[in-house]
Design a protein around this ligand. Structure first.
Ligand SMILES: Cc1cc2nc3c(=O)[nH]c(=O)nc-3n(C[C@H](O)[C@H](O)[C@H](O)COP(=O)(O)OP(=O)(O)OC[C@H]3O[C@@H](n4cnc5c(N)ncnc54)[C@H](O)[C@@H]3O)c2cc1C
Length: 644
């Protein structure tokens, strides 16, 4: 293809071999430790205070390192993780329903459509059980059964009930736990907390990550912050699509700046489109709302059998309804994974059987569950979600079925990391949604919280010290070092450039248009012609952005247009790479569905011979360079994924 060049293959040199159950244990044992007395002399920067960053900063500080923590919100506990609703997976097998570490491992590799690393996923499944213990010890109020054991529910892609939850506010409760651990360390003076600070550049000295450039979002002051290692826990980039379920502030800037400095970006095209979101209602919207997947435990998805049937749901008799997930996928029914459920919803809507004013909606109906279990039971499980739905749509889901439609929700792609979660820049570690590591081409529900906390509480605190212990001496680097001066100057110059264009279009208008291009051509279904068109359109729009954007105000204080402009500028570059990645991957897998590659019954058609690899992209300023990391499957053999 004319849009990129191919470089040397890469490998994950940190992953141990041997029986998979022993790999993490061995890696931990072989890791070199830092003497407790030396830890306080070492400084680690952690960008992000969500579940990944908050747990990592608290744990590293608890170990004795000096931690500097950053987030752009006014409080660390406002990180986007607070929005997570449905739950967190763990192989506790409290239900005695056949779950095990191996089954969670198996489901996750299969759920990711065989595009993740077995070693990483096995470690994730092992650590999942420790996460629940840790959080319970912190006082996280998970739902409990009558007998006192923690309760669980089902999520997509699994036939066991392994999802722990706290009503529809699991992320909030988990984040409060991590936040309290973080606050304890702030109180002890081991964590220096910098809220309302945005990282705008990475500082690399002698090939190692040694600091960041940040802007104080309240005063506008730009400073350089030095450390012995840098951790990015800056979340996902779903907002490249403008409309998504992510918080408005979520962005790619921290990762993208690191990418431009040498960190490979892996599988950028793998985007998760979540099947149960409130449908778009008009042009005025700037955000979409998720209705948690947990609702598919009790809600039944259907559309009318006849095209164009616009009778109210209650007037459509049972035998004129198509419970299409139950019909097509009898073994998993309404709990098929997200990629499958989203595509099925798109298909029935494309056939003209969608519901609601736009025709882009399907029903999620609780009538059966309410009849069977009673309204009170449904209220106890999902009360806050039902309330949220009613507040947004004006319809009472206890009385009429919810209307839902797929929307952008999560990004499986992210900065490439090895088994130690270290990027291709030594000393730069990446955790949580910001890395690409564990979910392959499709993430199963309730696995993001598991991964973020696994990375932050358990993996990074074992691997980062090994880097520090082996790194030798760290040259003293301060603000006068030429690399630091250059990084800071680049930030200042970019801000000045954005402020000086003084054009006639708002940042939001560009972002919205970019999002439309991405949704149309790099969303639920992609094709060669569409992706090529998208790349041309993105390039043209990006050129216009740099000539016509208007950023009012100045850089001397709070300026939200300026913040957004910097983030949208990075989204433009990322969007192009996403389309190139989607174009080069001539197969369908998980969230990446290429129209040209489908089975006769419309399922994703993988091409394991040609594409069983991680696509790690190197930034060159010109054409990106593709490095392939081959994936080996010793334990879960790739098959055509079936949930039928
Ligand atoms: C509505 C919704 C519901 C969800 N529900 C579930 C669920 O039930 N179960 C599940 O497993 N997953 C769920 N997810 C996914 C999950 O919430 C996220 O993947 C996860 O919380 C991400 O955590 P994180 O720590 O990686 O990043 P985040 O929580 O997004 O935190 C990012 C942090 O980085 C900081 N940051 C970013 N860029 C910069 C910068 N340049 N400078 C300084 N700071 C920066 C931010 O301030 C923030 O502190 C849900 C997602 C959404 C959108």
């Amino acid at each position: 293809m004319d849009l990129y060049t191919e470089g040397d293959p890469i490998a994950d040199t940190k992953a141990p071999d041997g029986p998979i159950e022993t790999r993490w244990e061995r890696r931990r044992f072989e890791a070199k430790l830092v003497n407790p007395a030396n830890r306080r002399k070492l400084t680690v920067i952690v960008v992000g205070t969500g579940l990944a960053g908050g747990s990592a900063a608290a744990t590293l500080a608890e170990q004795g390192y000096h931690v500097k923590s950053y987030c752009y919100q006014d409080s660390p506990r406002r990180a986007h993780s607070i929005a997570a609703q449905g739950g967190i997976n763990a192989a506790k097998n409290y239900r005695n329903d056949g779950d095990s570490v191996h089954r969670l491992f198996y489901d996750t590799v299969k759920g990711g459509d065989f595009r993740s690393r077995e070693s990483n996923v096995h470690r994730l499944a092992e650590v999942s059980v420790n996460i629940i213990d840790q959080c319970v010890a912190q006082g996280v109020p998970f739902a409990r059964e009558y007998g006192g054991l923690l309760d669980t529910r089902s999520f997509g892609g699994a036939q066991v009930q392994r999802t722990f939850y706290a009503r529809g506010q699991t992320g909030q409760q988990l984040l409060l736990g991590a936040y309290q651990a973080l606050e304890r360390q702030i109180g002890l003076g081991n964590v220096e907390m910098n809220a309302r600070h945005e990282m705008l550049e990475l500082v690399v000295v002698d090939g190692r990550a040694r600091g960041i450039v940040v802007r104080d979002l309240v005063t506008g002051e730009i400073t350089t912050e030095m450390a012995d290692a840098v951790v990015l826990a800056s979340g996902g980039y779903g907002n490249v699509f403008y409309l998504s379920t992510n918080a408005k502030g979520c962005n790619v800037t921290a990762s993208w700046r690191a990418h431009r400095k040498g960190a490979h970006f892996a599988n950028p095209c793998y985007t998760q489109i979540h099947p149960t979101c409130i449908p778009v209602s008009g042009d005025h919207q700037s955000k979409l709302t998720l209705m948690s997947e947990s609702l598919r435990n009790d809600g039944r998805v259907w559309v009318p059998k006849a095209k164009g049937d616009d009778r109210p749901a209650k007037d459509i008799p049972e035998d004129e309804r198509d419970y299409y997930l139950e019909r097509i996928y009898p073994s998993f029914g309404n709990l098929v994974p997200r990629d499958i459920a989203s595509r099925a919803a798109k298909n029935v809507c494309d056939e003209g059987r969608g519901v609601g004013p736009s025709g882009l909606g399907v029903y999620l109906d609780f009538a059966d569950a309410i009849n069977r279990l009673g309204r009170k039971a449904i209220e106890a499980k999902y009360g806050n979600l039902f309330e949220m739905y009613e507040r947004i749509t004006g319809e009472d889901p206890y009385e009429v079925p919810m209307r839902i439609y797929p929307a952008v929700h999560y990004t499986m792609g992210g900065l490439w990391v090895d088994y130690d979660l270290q990027s291709s820049i030594p000393g730069l570690f990446v955790i949580g949604e910001a890395n690409f590591s564990d979910h392959g081409a499709n993430r199963l529900g309730a696995s993001a919280l598991m991964q973020g906390l696994a990375d932050g509480y358990f993996v990074l605190p074992n691997t980062l010290p090994n880097y520090l212990a082996n790194a030798g001496s760290f040259e003293q680097v301060d603000a006068s070092h030429p690399e630091v001066v250059a990084a800071r100057a680049a930030v200042e110059e970019r801000i000045q450039k954005l402020l000086s264009i003084n054009g006639d279009r708002t940042v939001d208008s560009f972002h919205r248009e970019l999002g439309q291009i991405m949704w149309e051509h790099c969303g639920m279904e992609r094709s060669e012609a569409g992706l090529r068109k998208a790349i041309d359109e993105i390039r043209a729009l990006r050129e216009q952005f740099w000539q016509r954007v208007r950023v009012p105000g100045d850089g001397e204080g709070l300026n939200q247009s300026l913040e957004k402009a910097g983030r949208v500028a990075d989204f433009f570059e990322l969007a192009e790479l996403m389309c190139i990645d989607a174009l080069h991957r001539e197969e369908s897998c998980g969230g990446h569905f290429r129209a040209e590659h489908q089975t006769p019954d419309g399922e994703a058609q993988r091409d394991d011979d040609r594409f069983a690899y991680v696509a790690a992209w190197e930034y060159t300023g010109d054409q990106p360079v593709l490095h392939k990391e081959d994936l080996q499957f010793e334990y879960v053999h790739p098959t055509q994924r079936s949930y039928k």
